[in-house]
Design a protein around this ligand. Structure first.
Ligand code: URA
Length: 229
């Protein structure tokens, strides 16, 4: 798919590539809408990984131990997207490896999925200090990496893990309680929002709803497959 000039510039900007433009044409990508068109898949995994490793697009680069690119099957049908690395992830350079990660792995198992067959990444590739919520400018600076990952994997189903992920991808302020239990769409792909495992660890009473969400996701996936047949 051909990229519009604006979209191309936004992705290049987010990846730290400066492109000369006449002064009149200059715009801050941070103030623009989330692009609708997916980025080009011309970028390779290696290039993207290097861009992330070296990224200095926001101040989180000064406090991170390392970036957390994401991991899993590069051709996964399911793409799980969390919020941002926590302390364990920052130390190990892998997504969802702390206590919340263990619960996410269990949730995957309940869906008869393994970490190896899905792809797992975050909205932010660097840990916010003390695990605070991501700032708007950090999300703007980082999101093109995620969009490029989604374009490369080309999953059949996206799962937004937690409020921040769902609100960011769906460009809404609605609560996760409202967003769960529906099939949304992100860049023409079905997206389902589920409770964050860190929240479930704090509020185990919600685990029943979380189980319903997983079943809902599986049903939506099956429905999608049968529609395609
Ligand atoms: N929480 C997230 O949202 N992502 C991680 O990688 C770890 C914890």
């Amino acid at each position: 798919m051909a990229l519009s000039e604006n979209t191309r510039l936004r992705y290049l900007h987010a990846m730290g590539i400066t492109v000369w433009q006449p002064r009149a044409a200059q715009q801050s990508p941070a103030q623009e809408e989330i692009p609708i068109a997916p980025p080009t898949t011309a970028i390779s995994w290696d290039t993207l990984r290097n861009q992330v490793t070296q990224c200095e697009q926001c101040t989180l680069c000064t406090t991170r131990t390392q970036t957390v690119f994401g991991e899993g099957n590069p051709h996964a049908k399911w793409f799980f997207i969390g919020e941002a690395p926590g302390q364990d992830e920052d130390l190990q350079g892998r997504p969802f490896v702390g206590e919340a990660g263990k619960l996410l792995t269990e949730m995957l198992r309940a869906m008869q999925l393994t970490r190896e067959e899905v792809f797992i990444a975050n909205i932010l590739k660097c840990r916010p200090p003390r695990n605070r919520d991501p700032h708007e400018e950090e999300i703007h600076a980082c999101r093109a990496y995620l969009f490029a990952q989604i374009a490369l994997v080309n999953p059949q189903m996206i799962v937004a893990v937690g409020r921040i992920s769902a609100q960011t991808l769906l460009n809404t302020q609605q609560t996760i309680g409202k967003l769960r239990g529906q099939v949304h769409s992100f860049q023409e792909k079905p997206l389902i929002a589920i409770y964050h495992p860190a929240y479930l660890l704090r509020a185990p009473i919600e685990k029943r709803k979380a189980w319903q969400d997983l079943q809902f996701a599986l049903q939506a996936f099956d429905q999608l497959k049968s529609n395609l047949q």
